[in-house]
Ligand binder design. Structure first.
Ligand SMILES: [Zn+2]
Length: 124
């Protein structure tokens, strides 16, 4: 979903100390909810502050268990530290890879879902 934040929101973003928190609040106000989905931020940078991806609620925790937040970049990195199969999946997307575009982030989520499905951990 691409919603362009207004200049007022961008200005308030610049002033906010906790960018992640601010983006969460702005998104809650600006981006409509959908039943059964979470609005997932792929980036907490100024240009993406309300640019979110709708993800199924059942998958959201699985996704977050496979990435960690890089506070300096305000983006996520792939993480297989919690995975028993990290060697196998690391061949697809290396641990620590910065998910710095929306496409890269979505591709990563697709891979995580495929992997979890293969393992029978999820049915979606
Ligand atoms: Zn999320």
């Amino acid at each position: 979903m691409n919603v362009e934040p207004c200049e007022m929101i961008k200005k308030r973003y610049d002033e906010a100390k906790d960018k992640k928190k601010f983006c969460g609040q702005a998104m809650a106000k600006c981006v409509p909810q959908k039943d059964g989905y979470y609005r997932h931020h792929w980036s907490y940078n100024r240009d993406h502050l309300i640019d979110v991806i709708y993800v199924q609620k059942e998958l959201h925790i699985s996704f977050h268990s496979c990435m960690y937040y890089d506070i300096r970049e305000k983006l996520y990195r792939a993480s297989w530290l919690n995975s028993y199969y990290q060697d196998k999946i690391d061949q697809i997307i290396k641990h620590g890879t910065l998910l710095d575009t929306k496409i890269k982030h979505i591709r990563f989520l697709v891979e995580v879902r495929r992997f979890y499905r293969e393992k029978g951990w999820i049915k979606l």
